[in-house]
Design a protein around this ligand. Structure first.
Ligand code: SF4
Length: 142
């Protein structure tokens, strides 16, 4: 049996059940996921998403840099890769301008099951504490 370089304990990001998982990593590659037996939520069990749904981590076509769209009004306009600092400055500037012009409830945050629960928690804090809106939703709520 392959011995992992490290095992990372975390929460399955796919739905609100919150199963606890161990990520087995070797040579920088996530090669195995198992449910934790000490978790009262799942007692070592996982559904198919939690067990096998992590191919996206090493997908060759995964985005590795933020993309900035040239024309905001055109959904299929060309995009170019940029730095995280430039992308975050752009998003922060646009959010501030929209909030100032139309109020905080003109903005909504739709979170992703491909992020960790901790990352989703931080985004809802950003929405509520910084932008000032409770318009927060998540695809896993379905
Ligand atoms: S393993 Fe399945 S049931 Fe458990 S949190 Fe993930 S998606 Fe939900």
């Amino acid at each position: 049996m392959i011995q992992p370089d490290r095992v990372v304990q975390t929460t399955c990001p796919y739905c609100g059940v919150g199963c606890q998982i161990d990520l087995h990593v070797k040579d920088g590659l996530l090669y195995r996921v198992n449910g934790r037996f000490d978790s009262p939520v799942n007692r070592g069990n996982l559904c198919v998403k939690g067990r096998f749904g992590f191919d996206f981590i090493h997908a060759p076509d995964r985005l590795t840099a933020p993309l900035l769209r040239h024309d905001r009004g055109e959904p299929f306009a060309a995009r170019h890769a940029t730095t995280w600092d430039a992308a975050l400055d752009h998003v922060a500037g646009r959010l501030r301008a929209i909030r100032d012009a139309h109020g905080p409830d003109s903005i909504a945050f739709l979170l992703s099951a491909k992020c960790t629960n901790e990352e989703n928690y931080l985004v809802q804090k950003l929405a509520r504490a910084v932008v000032g809106t409770h318009n927060v939703d998540h695809c896993a709520r379905l």
